[in-house]
Design a protein around this ligand. Structure first.
Ligand code: AMP
Length: 213
């Protein structure tokens, strides 16, 4: 299955991408995580991306398109893939079409802005890419990652002011993709729930209609 997951920042797309990836046995690629890894490693890509990511702005299209193009060519994607956080603009979606990539479904996880702002303050992440929420998806030991035992931290771009910018950019640049994929008959919308398991169930039911397990 070739799947795109969309949603406002904090809607739970990363969490659902991980769950679907495990169930379908396909890789999930998060452009946000690739950029954060590059920033932590201090590579050229990381240095270029840092200002945009920390301000809550989109990294220029040609940079993320290049990352995704390389990734989709790799053997890891031979049996399918999940794109988490890409495309985020019409230009990126058009670039994906030009690559000749066939997408089976585009899953949008819908959460209202008010709930997003309330949720983001509770998000905690790990350098290994794992993501938690102090109320909805707590780690077993407070402040420590279940997967690698590293200390959890608050993402620099989860500050309240930056979340507002990210939401604004989502509505202005990313939301038009809902109509783009709806016109192509690919769009599936699921209402994001407070409890992760409830969203997982709705996502699974929705994907079963397009061949998901
Ligand atoms: P995410 O982890 O998906 O919330 O992404 C974190 C940040 O990385 C975003 O706020 C953007 O600054 C950047 N980013 C991730 N994916 C993209 C993309 N497809 N296009 C442009 N910027 C992106």
């Amino acid at each position: 299955m070739n799947l795109i997951i969309m949603g406002a920042p904090g809607a739970g797309k990363g969490t659902q991408a991980e769950i679907i990836a495990a169930r379908e046995n396909i890789p999930a690629i998060s452009t946000g995580q690739i950029l954060r890894d590059a920033m932590a490693a201090g590579t050229e890509l990381g240095k270029t991306a840092k200002g945009y990511v920390e301000n809550g702005d989109l990294v220029p299209d040609e940079i993320v398109i290049g990352i995704v193009r390389d990734y989709l060519k790799s053997d890891a994607c031979a049996n399918g893939f999940i794109l988490d956080g890409f495309p985020r603009s019409i230009a990126q979606a058009e670039a994906l079409e030009k690559m000749g990539v066939v997408i089976d479904a585009v899953l949008s996880i819908d959460v209202s802005d008010d709930r997003i702002v309330a949720r983001m303050s509770g998000r905690r992440v790990c350098k290994c890419g794992a993501s938690y929420h102090i109320d909805y998806k707590p780690s077993k030991v407070e402040g420590i990652c279940d997967k690698c035992s590293s200390e959890l931290y608050i993402r620099a771009d989860d500050k309240a002011e930056t979340v507002i910018t990210r939401l604004h950019n989502y509505h202005a640049q990313t939301e038009p993709l809902l109509a783009f994929y709806n016109e192509r008959g690919k769009l599936i919308r699921v209402e994001g729930q407070e409890e992760v398991e409830d969203t997982t169930r709705l996502v699974r039911e929705a994907l079963a209609k397009v061949g998901g397990r």
